[in-house]
Ligand binder design. Sequence first.
Ligand code: SF4
Ligand code: SF4
Length: 203
Amino acid sequence: MIITIKKHHDEILKTLENFRTIFITGCGSCASKCGTGNEKAVAEMKEFLERNGKEVLGSFILDSACDMRLAKRDLLKNTAFKEAQAVVMLSCGAGNQSVKEVSDKIVIPGLESRYVGSTERIGIYRQFCSICGTCILAETEGICPRTRCAKSLVNGPCGGFVDGKCETDQTKDCAWVLIFEKLKKSGKLQNFLNNYIKPKNNF
Ligand code: SF4
Ligand code: SF4
């Protein structure tokens, strides 16, 4: 899912300085799971905006903000949405742009989109994939070096790791140590060493 964090409130206020009436749109998918686009987050944003002199005309949590069909269906006939001068989106950038695409509203991001992540537990997310378009997980025993190696190396380690930890951050495992351990265990190490992973397609 897309991992989002709350945007700095000062930044939101600055982008809203010319608008008084606001509509808040949340997202029932990724942002809700992150706690950034759910009912509680919408209520907090409403309270913050009102405390700062804005009038919140209404709010709605789309099942999935990045689905333009839902944005059309659930927002375009909403009177408060139509009347508000600006819309604050509590979703990822794709959700933000989906609402912009189907409406003529001023749409302001209320969140920062960080990365595609996996949930370890609520509030703890792991970045496993950078959506590169040329997946090499079959060659690297299911561990993505494009994402989990600090240098995105795809044909082996840089040699800087210390005690299995990355030279750029000693709190993180070196992705290549993890990959080599798995390759050894599955008997595929020699095969990997004889192989060459080509640069990814940029399309
Ligand atoms: S190689 Fe890594 S970044 Fe690319 S698609 Fe596979 S998991 Fe995602
Ligand atoms: S130490 Fe490992 S994870 Fe860190 S940059 Fe080098 S190869 Fe990549």
